[in-house]
Ligand binder design. Structure first.
Ligand SMILES: Nc1nc2c(ncn2[C@@H]2O[C@H](COP(=O)(O)OP(=O)(O)OP(=O)(O)O)[C@@H](O)[C@H]2O)c(=O)[nH]1
Length: 548
């Protein structure tokens, strides 16, 4: 009774009024603009369940809006009718009829007053609609009763007056009741049908014609009421559509504003960070790079935009081969990529960089590009290299230390085994180096050791290894096939070279050295035994010399 089929369709078409789903700031903050649209749609769907159609709510409100005028007119017209008919109708009948009209109108007025002071809860609209319907039906019945009890059989003029008043009330009724068609019919039918029946039961042609005319008038009013009702409903529907549209536009504008704001913030962040950031599109062409990347590649944004990354910067691997960037790999594989490579910036300055590339997907999981963050690892790389170097090199002379020597000796043994070759070791120990320290000072001793390292380097080939074991002990590993005679020749060369005076700042010093040698495989099969043999030979040489 409260809602027609047509209006149930309206519910799904119109959904909720815009005001019923104002945006939730928390959700908006959490989900961002795109998600927020989906969130609104979900609320609309949920709004359809249980909540009355807003058009229906507005139609009921319109009924009550017109109530004061309608009720006043009812009482005035009723009084005039009773007064005019008093010439032919007994007073008691008149009082009973008008009394009924007052009671019904007063009841309707009380309902209207309660409605005005009640909270505007849309879910109560069907209840208020029902009350109004009952009131309209009761008023229609009272007016219809006038067509029977205030209808004097002895005065055609007063009969016509009753018909005139009822027609006027009916016509006026549709203007205030048309917003709800069932209220309209609840008033029209009981108001006019008794009059039509009354006329049709009389005997003159005029009176029967009046009866037929009343029925035709009732039909015409019904059609008008129906058209009027549809016009009101359409206009309300348009109004709510407009409101919803305006709210949707406002929501989208807010979302757009947030989007711009977030984009600005993101751009400022990307532009201010120390790492280089490069963005490529789905075709692998550079879209943007931040100032750090501009400095790293020595290329400006405008110049780089639209080019493939390899035209803007070149990455090289450990072996010095050109390699694709992680950015290009990430786009190809659609998976994140991490790579460490070398690139050359302004003035061919070498940078060691770590590149972290991530493919970019849109809301529909389509690959739309990739972004790379380039971290300059040059300094870190240099420190690591320094640490690695310090672990197996002597700090004073920069020569390989004992560990490195042993490793090189093992490699030499492996190669010699493979190729069935021999190689030699020379153990060099300075004689009475302590005296240099004691007489010239420790710093001069250091300088002399550094000089010794240089002289040893001059005496052998670049591929041979010279190591400092500590103190005044040095070892020369002769790489490649070597005969005993060659080793002895090199030892002599070294001894002669070391006997030359060393120029140490203001003074000069002359030293000598003792050398012991060993030959692989004759004097040992591993690094330790070869070193031990050379050391022992050196010891013998030194003490043999001292005895002479
Ligand atoms: N200046 C300097 N002296 C060092 C360094 N390392 C060790 N020495 C010194 O080198 C000297 C080595 O002394 P010894 O091993 O007795 O050798 P030597 O005096 O040459 O005597 P012989 O080997 O028997 O001829 C010691 O006085 C150490 O203090 C260094 O890095 N710098």
């Amino acid at each position: 009774m409260g809602v027609t089929n047509d209006e149930r369709c309206d519910r799904s078409a119109l959904r909720q009024p815009a005001r019923a789903y104002a945006p939730d700031p928390l959700c908006d903050r959490l989900h961002g603009p795109f998600i927020s649209t989906a969130h609104v749609d979900m609320r609309r769907t949920s709004g359809e369940i249980g909540d009355p159609n807003p058009v229906f709510v507005e139609q009921v409100a319109l009924l009550y809006q017109n109530a004061p005028l309608a009720y006043t007119t009812t009482l005035i017209n009723g009084a005039i009718l009773a007064y005019v008919q008093s010439e032919h109708i007994p007073l008691v009948v008149l009082l009973a009829w008008y009394g009924s009209l007052i009671v019904v109108t007063a009841g309707r007025a009380v309902v209207a007053w309660r409605h005005a002071s009640a909270s505007h809860n849309p879910t109560r609209a069907p209840f208020w609609n029902l009350l109004y319907l009952l009131g309209a039906g009761a008023a229609g019945c009272v007016w219809g009763a006038a067509g029977l009890v205030l209808f004097p059989l002895d005065s055609i003029a007063h009969q016509v007056f009753v018909a005139f008043v009822l027609a006027g009330m009916a016509a006026g009724g549709i203007t205030v009741l048309a917003s709800r068609i069932e209220a309209c019919m609840a008033f029209l039918l009981p108001a006019l049908l008794p009059l039509a029946i009354q006329y049709l039961t009389l005997h003159t042609a005029l009176q029967r014609a009046m009866g037929v005319m009343t029925l035709i008038f009732l039909a015409a009013l019904t059609i008008s009421a129906w058209n009027f009702h549809r016009a009101i409903r359409t206009s309300l529907r348009l109004r709510f559509d407009k409101q919803e549209l305006e709210a949707e536009i406002a929501r989208r504008l807010r979302a757009e504003e947030r989007l711009f704001h977030e984009k600005d913030r993101l751009q400022t962040t990307v532009r201010s960070i120390g790492e280089g950031v490069v963005l490529i599109d789905a075709d692998g062409r550079i879209e943007d790079l931040n100032p750090a990347a501009e400095r790293l590649f020595d290329r400006c944004r405008q110049d780089a935009a639209g080019r493939p990354p390899h035209e803007v910067f070149a990455c090289f691997d450990d072996q010095g081969w050109r390699s694709p960037t992680a950015l290009e790999d990430a786009l190809k594989s659609a998976t994140p990529q991490k790579k460490r490579s070398v690139l050359y910036g302004k003035d061919k300055v070498k940078y060691v960089i770590e590149e972290l590339a991530t493919p970019l997907l849109d809301r529909h999981d389509r690959l739309v590009g990739a972004v790379s963050v380039f971290r300059d690892m040059t300094e870190q790389h240099r420190l690591t290299e320094q640490l690695i170097h310090a672990a197996d090199h002597d700090v004073l002379t920069g020569l390989p230390n004992r560990n490195r020597l042993k490793e090189r000796t093992r490699q030499a043994i492996a190669r010699a085994q493979r190729k069935q070759e021999t190689f030699g070791l020379l153990f060099v120990d300075l004689d009475d180096f302590k005296i240099v320290n004691d007489t010239l000072g420790h710093a001069s001793g250091d300088a002399l050791l550094v000089d010794v390292a240089k002289r040893l380097t001059d005496c052998v080939r670049a591929e041979d290894t010279i190591a400092r074991l500590g103190g005044d002990e040095f070892v020369v590993l002769l790489d490649g096939p070597t005969q005993k005679t060659e080793i002895e020749a090199i030892a002599r060369k070294i001894l002669i070279r070391l006997r030359e005076p060393f120029q140490l700042e203001t003074q000069s010093a002359t030293i000598s050295a003792s050398i012991g040698t060993s030959l692989y495989p004759d004097d040992g099969h591993d690094a330790e035994s070869l070193l031990g043999s050379a050391d022992a030979a050196m010891y013998r040489a030194k003490h043999g010399r001292n005895k002479k």
